[in-house]
Design a protein around this ligand. Structure first.
Ligand code: ADP
Length: 338
């Protein structure tokens, strides 16, 4: 009999990020910052979700490049590979087996209600089965490592609910006496909620409205210039809480600095151009050290691939132990092993 793989009471942090484009401020404040903080405290499994990215990316070179770039971003921001596991989702293909089992447990009606799917289709993304089933693969991603805490942005709340339901359904049917899967919790930093993109919608790689974590110089200036603001004249008072530029400034500025800028908005005579300059400087300074580390890492792709390989080895071991138990509990006979 395969042993139960996940000791009760164990805290395991699990999360992923898509390799569908350069990582952006939404990814950082919604997820990466928490990932980095948590991996110092608990065992963690962070993966670059290249299967999920295939719902939109068709160019193999781009998928490969974005995957390595996401790993470089983690390392630049302070991820320490001796403290946690960073790896590529597709290095654990067993995931797809668990996903199939979860498909058989998931009502189509539950996926039809997923707002992220509906939003993406409404924005013109093709409604392929991968996009529709995205939350089921995500549930496997979390549960196959016995994840208990999932640091994500507020946009992922509903997907984590689907994951929780999936764990409970599996446990109820196949392991009622001794639940196999812990039921994970979303870890959401509420004061960040959803970071707006330059067009005011949720910042997302899928919407081409991002400011990249490592954008600098002319590229950064161009992106910030494009942030949508209203047409209130420079001399008039403005409401900072209705403005996309201020929403981004708040992520970087100290409380005192925020208060100063808030008052300047409300007084009038302070234009969006001023605020955009402040934002440019804040972003440039905030990521200065990480940018330096990134420049170094870009010279050492072999090191980055090695980090991913090592993380993948640990992840596969854990996933295999989980799947041995899953096959036993569900009655999937394995005839190639005795
Ligand atoms: P994207 O929508 O850019 O493809 P992902 O789906 O890869 O982003 O999300 C990776 C993580 O980043 C998730 O935890 C998600 O909640 C978080 N995230 C993405 N965009 C935002 C945003 N605009 N605000 C807050 N968190 C976000």
């Amino acid at each position: 009999m395969a042993p139960y793989p996940f000791p009760p009471g164990e805290t395991i942090v699990v999360s992923g990020i898509q390799s569908s484009g350069a990582l952006h401020l939404g990814n950082y404040f919604g997820a990466l910052r928490q990932h980095i903080a948590l991996h110092h405290k608990h065992p963690s499994y962070y993966f670059i979700v290249n299967y999920h990215a295939m719902t939109t990316v068709r160019d193999p070179d781009a998928l490969y490049a974005h995957t390595l770039d996401a790993a470089i971003t983690y390392l630049s921001l302070g991820f320490n590979p001796s403290k946690g596991n960073l790896f590529v989702q597709s290095d654990v293909p067993l995931l797809n087996e668990l996903t199939w089992i979860f498909f058989c447990l998931t009502p189509v009606s539950q996926l039809e209600k997923a707002t992220s799917y509906k939003d993406k289709v409404a924005q013109g993304l093709s409604a392929n089965c991968g996009l529709f089933n995205y939350p089921v693969l995500q549930a496997s991603d979390i549960l196959i490592y016995g994840g208990t805490i999932v640091p994500v942005g507020a946009d992922q709340k509903q997907h984590i609910e689907i994951c929780r339901d999936t764990a409970q359904r599996f446990n109820r049917i196949w392991s009622p006496d001794r639940p196999l899967f812990p039921v994970p919790h979303a870890h959401i930093t509420e004061q960040v909620a959803i970071v707006p993109g330059i067009d005011g919608r949720k910042m997302s790689k899928s919407y081409d409205n991002t400011i990249g974590i490592f954008d600098e110089g002319k590229v950064l200036n161009r992106r910030i210039k494009r942030i949508v603001t209203d047409s209130t004249p420079l001399e008039d008072p403005k409401d900072p809480d209705q403005d996309n530029v201020f929403a981004l400034i708040r992520l970087f500025a100290s409380d005192g600095q925020q208060q100063e800028i808030r008052e300047a908005y409300q007084r009038g005579g302070y234009g969006y151009g001023h605020a955009k300059n402040v934002l440019t400087n804040l972003i440039t300074d905030y990521f200065a050290e990480a940018r330096e580390r990134r420049r170094e890492l870009l010279k050492h792709p072999d090191y980055v691939r090695d980090v991913l390989r090592q993380g993948g080895i640990h992840a596969r071991e854990r996933a295999e132990a989980c799947m041995d138990k899953v096959r036993e509990l569900t009655g999937l006979i394995t005839t190639y092993r005795v």
